[in-house]
Design a protein around this ligand. Sequence first.
Ligand SMILES: Nc1ncnc2c1ncn2[C@@H]1O[C@H](COP(=O)(O)OP(=O)(O)OP(=O)(O)O)[C@@H](O)[C@H]1O
Ligand SMILES: [Mg+2]
Length: 733
Amino acid sequence: MKKSPLPLQSAGGSDKKRRQQPHGKEALVKLLRWHFGHAEFRGKQLEAIEAVLSGRDCFCLMPTGGGKSMCYQIPAMARPGIVLVVCPLIALMENQVTALKEKGIAAEYLSSTQTSHAKNKIHEDLDSGKPTLRLLYVTPELIATAGFMSKLTKIYSRGLLNLVAIDEAHCISTWGHDFRPSYRKLSSLRNHFPGIPILALTATAVPKVQNDVIESLGLQRPLVLKSSFNRPNIYYEVRYKDILNDVYADLCNLLKTSGNVCGIIYCLERSACDDLSAYLSNNGISCAAYHAGLNDKLRSSVLDDWISSKTQVVVATVAFGCRGTCGVTELVLSVQDDVRIVCHYNIPKSMESFYQESGRAGRDQLPSRSVLYYGVDDRRKMEFILRNAKSKKSQTSNSQDQLSKKSLDDFTQMVEYCEGSGCRRKKILESFGEQVPASLCNESCDACKHPSLVARNLEEVTNTYATRQRYGFSHIMISRSENMNCQDLSEFWNREDEASCSEEDVSDSDDDNDVVRGLGRSKFQKKSGLNERIDFLQRAEENYYRSKAPDKQANKSDKNAIADALRESSKQRLCDALKQAQQRLVPLGVELKSAASILENQCYEKYGKSGKSFYYSQVASTVRWLSTADSTELTNRVGISNPSTSADKSKQAEQPSPSSPDREQVNVKDEDRDTAIKPQASEAGPVIESSSAQLPPIPSFSDFMNRRRGREKSNDKTQRIAMKNFEKKTRLK
Ligand SMILES: Nc1ncnc2c1ncn2[C@@H]1O[C@H](COP(=O)(O)OP(=O)(O)OP(=O)(O)O)[C@@H](O)[C@H]1O
Ligand SMILES: [Mg+2]
């Protein structure tokens, strides 16, 4: 829609004259209504606009979706000349420029991605006596170039530079969560363009970052406007992975019950994105994975589909920063206003990150939801990443040490958000230095709305941790783990084989990749007694069968290739497991060999995606699943109709209740996901002579864990003995 300019805009004259022009509230509201269709200014928008129109520097802190853009878009409409907007991402610039153009506002952006024809047109306009442009978006890198700086200086000296707006200004601070070195170059702007107001905008600045931003940009007597960080339209909730039967199913159900709404799920690892996205798709949710592992074309089509509502949910890696083309996810995802639900599948690294990411929900101010899935294993993984990031860079550098300590302190706030029983909203706001009464929440977080349920959950989580610790089932601890060492964390990313430490499985962050590379280099071989047992048992099973695999002689240069012989032995293994299932159940009415082939094929189909270790794990998980599946589940999975289903049912009534198919499917996934990021131990091992070799029965590990919980009081001693025996047996074998 093209609009004719409002009379207010046409005022020309000297710079001084223009600055003296009255911009009363009424006139500015008119501009807001005329150009943007909004009835009134929000929060501190008007104050910010009036400040910059009067020529004053301004630091503007507004929550995500608070309407910061309006603070420089209205001044651009209020007088002729150019508003220069510095923006960290091309995608964001593109998005804003397109939206402004649709409103008939003359806006452009300059970036390396444009054709020289497009760039030339913009430069011609800038060089003309009367530029038509109102808003020019640029990257901080462009500002740093001598050529663009001299162009800007010319525009300034012709009195055509109205305002310099620096969006996402926290990127200038090394204390911020998105530090971007090129933002440092913006510090020269204040001296270069005296008299031109600079407007710094951010949503995520803790006091230290705020001061750093103001100082780094050299803002002079700025008007500091801080809005509350409160996002009253977001309902906050934490769900506890460690007490949920099935996290994937819970998440799927949550999305289904939320209706056909636009959502984002943040994961720490790419493999988790792919896996979760596949699960949700298979369960009827329209969704797609979005991470730096996709090629540009696919990534932009995923984003387009999501923005145009063709896809309901995007499962994205967490952005750890906005360097280069990596780590941009979080900001790119900010283009959508009507996101109704944001889920964190893993705990974020800081309250700032959490606030920014969860804040992608409800930018249109309508009721929305943030759900964080918290698991203690995730917490430990993140602690390890943060701690390792320190040692990676410089163990001797004080500042680096401080930075890492800060990261861990920041993370502690996040842990307290999850592990505490008090109001979530209050915790968020307090972490940004805002003291608010708990009544502010108005029951819009789970802790305020369902306090007894949250208390019960926390108690259950605590008990689960305590039990696990007692029996060495996990490394889980509820207390802060300041003194934890790397050895404690050795279960993350199996550290025995650096060659298999896949970068594909980590998030987009440069830092993360470095950390994982570091992990790959680490040799955390020592076991910490009981605490390693669960992990050991799981891997013992995998290693046993891997050592039996006849692909030892396979071409070493193609470590990931799966030899036919290996496939055959896997089929045999599955066939044996099917036989055992047949003994447990009534005759299945399926041809065992073809059923084994179907199951093996299902495992093989997924192998291409994640490598051989994934295939091993798939087969092992399927064997485990076969040890508990009932005949209906079995026939459903192998896709053969079973004439004896009703007979089975009566037999099943006498059997101990098997796990539900969903649960088992998810267990398979959980295990695979873990295994997929774990390098495997030595490839060497005896070759199976004959595919009909007798293989020992495999206990269902997850089943064992679940049953153990129920029987722990009466059975704990017996189970410990059983575990020891199993461990011994496995070693012997
Ligand atoms: N005064 C207003 N009245 C109603 N809606 C508004 C107003 N100002 C801005 N908005 C709308 O609010 C939404 C968010 O605005 P904007 O993108 O500027 O937020 P932001 O503060 O920059 O958020 P972020 O930190 O995520 O970048 C947009 O849809 C915008 O049109
Ligand atoms: Mg913005």
